[in-house]
Design a protein around this ligand. Structure first.
Ligand code: M6R
Length: 357
C-alpha cells in the first residue's frame, strides 16, 4: 500500500536507503563478509566472457554492472538489449555466462533469449526482484534484489537494487580470484544508504529544478561521460516515460557529432559530473551547449563541484556514484510529471512488465 504517499513512485524512491540495508543484510555471512551462492561464484570463474541481457532500466543497470565486473573481477562483459540479441546474436566466446537482469523476471524479450541460450547449452544467472518468476525458474542460478514489490511503472528502487547486487557479485567474484579490492563494499554501500537519505530530504530542491527547467519544455538532454553517461540514459528514460518530454541521454563528447544541432535558446541540458577523470571534459561539453543557448543543470559530486553547479550530491565511492546520482534523475522526472499533470504511476501506453515480444 502506498500509505500517506500520493504515488507509489515517490514511496519507492524513498524506500531506497532501506533497500540498500536489506541487500547488505541478505548478502552477509555470520562474520559480516559479503557472500553469494558458491555455485554462482564458480559459474563466474568458469566464464571467459559474460553477456548481460536486459531491457529498459534493467539494461541501463547492466551497463553500470559491466563496469563493476570488468574493473573488480576483470572478466570481459558485453551488455545487450534483449529484443535485439535474439535476432542479432554476436559471435559468442567459448565459455559464456549469461546474466539476465529483470525486475519482474517476466520480460518476454529476455525470456526468448534465455530459451535460445539454454538450447545452446550455456549457463545462466537471473538477477530479479521476484522469486519464482519465469526467468528465475528457468535460469541455472538466481540472485534476488530484496527491493520489495515495485508497483509504479517507472522503475526506481529496482535499479539501485540491481546496481548493489551487481556490485556484490563483482566484489565476491574478484575476491574469489585473489584480486585485491581496495575498498570495503559493505561499508561503501552503507555510505550510499546514508547519502540516499540526504537526497530524500532534498525533495524541494528537485521540485524547484523540475519547475525551473521542465515545466514547459519540449525536450531535454542528459549528458555525462563514463558511468555518468549510463545514468544519463536512465535519467532520459525516466523523464520521457512519465512526463512525455522528449529526452535523450548522450555521451558528452558525442553531442558535437550531430545532436548539438538540436540545442536552441533555453533547451535544458542536465549534465552529470561525478567522475574525477572526466570532470573537466564534461564541463567543457557544458560550455559547448551553453554557447548555443542551452540552459544547463549541472549535478556534480561533493569534492568535484564548481561554481554554478545546480546540485551537489554527497560523496560516495567513485564506482558507486550511479546509485546516488540516479536519485536526482528520478525525483526531477517525478516532479516534472506532476507539474505537467501526468499520471505518474501509470503512464500512457505502458505496462509494468512487458510479457509480449
Ligand atoms: O521487469 P524488467 O526489469 O525486465 O523490465 C524491463 C523494462 O521493461 C523496464 O525496466 C522498463 O523500461 C521500465 N518501465 C523503466 O522504468
Amino acid at each position: 500500500e502506498k500509505g500517506t504517499y500520493p504515488h507509489y513512485m515517490l514511496k519507492e524512491i524513498d524506500e531506497q536507503p532501506a533497500v540498500m540495508r536489506k541487500i547488505i543484510q541478505n548478502y552477509q555471512d555470520a562474520n559480516g563478509e559479503l557472500e553469494i551462492d558458491s555455485d554462482i561464484v564458480s559459474a563466474m570463474n568458469e566464464a571467459d566472457r559474460i553477456y548481460i541481457i536486459a531491457a529498459g532500466t534493467s539494461y541501463h543497470a547492466g551497463l553500470v554492472g559491466k563496469q563493476f565486473i570488468e574493473r573488480l573481477a576483470q572478466i570481459p562483459v558485453e551488455v545487450h538489449i534483449s529484443s535485439e540479441f535474439g535476432y542479432n546474436m554476436p559471435l559468442l566466446s567459448k565459455k559464456p555466462l549469461f546474466i539476465f537482469i529483470s525486475q519482474s523476471g517476466e520480460t518476454a524479450d529476455s525470456r526468448q533469449v534465455l530459451v535460445q541460450v539454454k538450447e545452446m547449452g550455456h549457463k545462466s544467472l537471473t538477477i530479479t526482484n521476484v522469486p519464482g518468476s519465469t526467468l528465475s525458474r528457468e535460469a541455472d542460478h538466481t540472485m534476488l534484489l530484496y527491493a520489495g514489490p515495485e508497483i509504479a511503472v517507472a522503475s526506481t528502487k529496482a535499479y539501485t537494487a540491481q546496481l548493489a547486487v551487481l556490485a556484490i557479485l563483482a566484489e565476491v567474484t574478484a575476491k574469489s580470484r585473489g584480486m585485491e579490492v581496495s575498498f570495503n563494499l559493505v561499508q561503501e554501500l552503507g555510505i550510499v544508504a546514508n547519502a540516499m537519505e540526504v537526497l530524500r530530504d532534498s525533495k524541494e530542491e528537485f521540485e524547484m529544478i523540475a519547475r525551473e527547467y521542465l515545466s514547459t519544455t519540449r525536450n531535454c538532454f542528459f549528458i555525462g561521460r563514463g558511468i555518468d553517461f549510463y545514468v544519463g540514459l536512465e535519467g532520459a528514460l525516466k523523464l520521457k516515460e512519465i512526463s512525455y518530454i522528449q529526452a535523450e541521454g548522450f555521451a558528452g563528447g558525442e553531442l558535437k557529432h550531430g545532436t548539438i544541432a538540436l540545442i536552441e535558446e533555453g533547451t535544458p541540458v542536465v549534465a552529470l559530473a561525478t567522475q574525477k577523470f572526466v570532470n573537466l571534459s564534461i564541463r567543457g561539453n557544458v560550455k559547448e551547449v551553453v554557447a548555443r543557448g542551452a540552459n544547463p543543470c549541472i549535478i556534480s559530486m561533493d569534492g568535484l563541484n564548481m561554481e554554478d553547479d545546480r546540485f551537489v550530491i554527497p560523496e560516495v565511492h567513485e564506482l558507486l556514484t550511479p546509485l546516488i546520482s540516479v536519485i536526482p534523475m528520478q525525483l526531477i522526472s517525478y516532479y516534472a510529471a506532476l507539474h505537467r499533470d501526468c499520471d505518474v504511476d501509470k503512464p500512457r501506453n505502458l505496462a509494468k512488465s512487458v510479457t509480449v515480444e
